[in-house]
Design a protein around this ligand. Sequence first.
Ligand SMILES: NC(=O)c1ccc[n+]([C@@H]2O[C@H](COP(=O)([O-])OP(=O)(O)OC[C@H]3O[C@@H](n4cnc5c(N)ncnc54)[C@H](OP(=O)(O)O)[C@@H]3O)[C@@H](O)[C@H]2O)c1
Length: 274
Amino acid sequence: MDKVALVTGSSSGIGFETALALARHGYYTYATMRDTKKGDKILEIAKKENLGINVIELDVNSEDSIKKAVEKMLSEKKRIDLLVNNAGYFLVGCLEDMTEKDLRDQFETNFFGVVRTIQSILPTMRNQKSGIIVNVSSVAGRIGFPVTPGYISSKFALEGLSESMRYELVPFGIKTIIIEPGVIKTNLFSTLKKATRSDPAYKDITQKVMKGLLMMSEMGTPPQEVANTIVKAISSDNPLPRYPVGNDAIMFLEAKKAKTDIEFENYIKKELFS
Ligand SMILES: NC(=O)c1ccc[n+]([C@@H]2O[C@H](COP(=O)([O-])OP(=O)(O)OC[C@H]3O[C@@H](n4cnc5c(N)ncnc54)[C@H](OP(=O)(O)O)[C@@H]3O)[C@@H](O)[C@H]2O)c1
């Protein structure tokens, strides 16, 4: 019997490549997306390569949409072996430029979207006494950075959730894995949402950071590397809690580990302001 996977946000980037990589690895994969019209490309590749991929609608902001997608998957396959929580977007703007709604919307997708999706599949995984949950966080889930506090705090929250649920789910044979990509070349940067306000007090730092991020995104790690890391992590009998992806992620996370808080802050300031 095929193992069954569900990937959120499969219309592009990391989710698209992960859904393909999982199908190539033998999973029957539900490549979910909020607009299924964006599913033509993945279905075309699936047809060409004879892969088990089904595109279905799932908007992580909607409990009803998640419920319908999970019901469809379970009615067809009766099980779920792997959930990849990937859907997310990038809110950019300093704290004072964000409205409360900007921040709540960011958490609605990047954090509560993950919570809702996990809660909808956990009863099935507990009954099966097996399953793997992969949460696509970011190096931004471990390191603070100016001009992106909304995105960063949503990923910090996701890290806390993931690290804690990992213990809770052990007795049910369910594994939790966090993926921490650095800058990846995807649509994340072209579809970013700007904070509602733009106070001139933050204009310089916002422009500087945005310019740096857009430059880095052009040279970013290909999303296939994230997909390959996910396949490697789920194939392990004892997956690690966290898998960084990309040289930039490894460099920042190693620096964070090796330095005191103040040393690390000075290192980031040097990168930013010199
Ligand atoms: N790119 C990076 O540098 C990077 C680094 C670290 C972590 N990440 C994380 O990787 C994940 C995937 O991002 P990406 O880089 O692959 O960017 P992407 O190409 O923009 O993909 C984002 C995906 O999330 C989907 N999405 C957004 N809101 C959604 C919702 N409410 N319900 C369902 N799907 C939704 C998008 O769907 P639509 O097509 O409908 O918009 C798209 O499929 C995100 O969680 C992101 O935070 C990215």
